[in-house]
Design a protein around this ligand. Structure first.
Ligand code: PBG
Ligand code: ZN
Length: 324
């Protein structure tokens, strides 16, 4: 049967019909909201490259966490900006570091809000690389024990999930082992398994003061041209014990999300990164895009591609739109 009996427009005629046959729906329970945390007290500071996003001093977190929980968002992802940086990122695994303090403060204020902590050294190292630098090269194996120490100290502070984003080989295994040895078997690992070397992290690096001081991250983050390699990364992290995996960025990598979803059964997260957020915000400010429609379209596309969980700076706005 073809046209004129067949008319695909029949099911698009009214919003009720469209709702009935809609294939993908966004839910607030899919969302994770990233938070940038600084040490000390005072006012939250707006991040110039990410309008609507702030750096929160630890003492402002309880109020923010309560608001996020009230909106029904199930989880936050924490990024720390320490006062002190050094060659080996000591502040990352300081039991009284910024993330450790932040985690305790949030869990106390909103016990049911999941705290996911980003595990990486770049915000904590003076050179801004995600691992220990030896002779100008980021040394994989020397970095592993520091990442494991960081994850352990986050678990001790009350983190519900740890999320390594450094792209060192073997870090999931090292973290799993360190957690299990100390009795943290129940803490899941969300691995940034396929993380690309991307220009879309630009605004984040300004927000987190984590830009590399020399070179770039191409010797550890993935080449944007590759997708089979992404499947190998995911396979490897799952073999090492990752409970959930991530594709990052999201929007320019929807094919990677789809391939990972089809090849594996682990829960899959996608990170709608800072540059994707900044592009939308900038165009909205110019009056060139409608914010609500654009954001809903972007996030629906990420979900349609196969993501179960979406990490997005738009989460608070989306949560309030979904409830009206
Ligand atoms: C740290 C980290 C980065 C992001 C998440 N964790 C930056 C980077 O790798 O340079 C990017 C997040 C974003 O752009 O929103 N390794
Ligand atoms: Zn890093």
């Amino acid at each position: 049967m073809g046209f004129p009996q067949l008319r695909l427009r029949r099911l698009r005629r009214t919003e009720s019909l469209r709702r009935l046959v809609r294939e993908t729906s966004l839910d607030v329970s899919d969302l994770v909201y990233p938070l940038f945390v600084i040490e000390g007290r005072g006012d939250k500071q707006e991040i110039a490259s990410m309008p609507g996003m702030f750096r929160f001093p630890v003492d402002r977190l309880p109020g923010e966490a309560e608001e996020i929980a009230r909106l029904g968002i199930p989880a936050v992802l924490l990024f720390g900006i320490p006062e002190h940086k050094d060659e080996v990122g000591s502040a990352a695994y300081d039991p009284d570091g910024v993330i450790q303090q932040a985690t305790r403060a949030i869990k106390q204020a909103a016990p049911d809000l999941l705290v996911i902590t980003d595990i990486c050294l770049c915000e904590y190292t003076s050179h801004g690389h995600c691992g220990v630098v030896v002779d100008g090269y980021v040394d994989n194996d020397r970095t592993l024990s520091l990442l494991a120490r960081t994850a352990l100290s986050h678990a001790e502070a009350g983190a519900d999930i740890v999320a390594p984003s450094d792209m060192m080989d073997g870090r999931v295994k090292a973290i799993r082992q360190a957690l299990d040895e100390k009795g943290w078997q129940h803490v899941p690992i969300l691995s940034y398994a396929s993380k690309y070397a991307s220009a879309f992290y630009g605004p984040f690096r300004e927000a987190a003061e984590s830009a590399p001081q020399f070179g770039d991250r191409r010797s550890y983050q993935m080449d944007a041209a590759n997708v089979r390699e992404a499947l190998r990364e995911v396979e490897q992290d799952i073999a090492e014990g990752a409970d959930m995996v991530m594709v990052k960025p999201a929007l320019a990598y929807l094919d990677v999300i789809r391939r990972v979803r089809d090849a594996f059964n682990h829960p899959l997260a996608a990170f709608n990164v800072s540059g994707e957020y900044a592009m939308v915000k900038a165009a909205v400010r110019q009056g060139w895009l409608d914010e609500r429609q654009t954001v809903m379209e972007v996030l629906t596309a990420i979900k349609r591609a196969g993501a179960d969980v979406i990490i997005t700076y738009h989460a608070k706005e989306v949560a309030s739109w979904l409830s009206t």
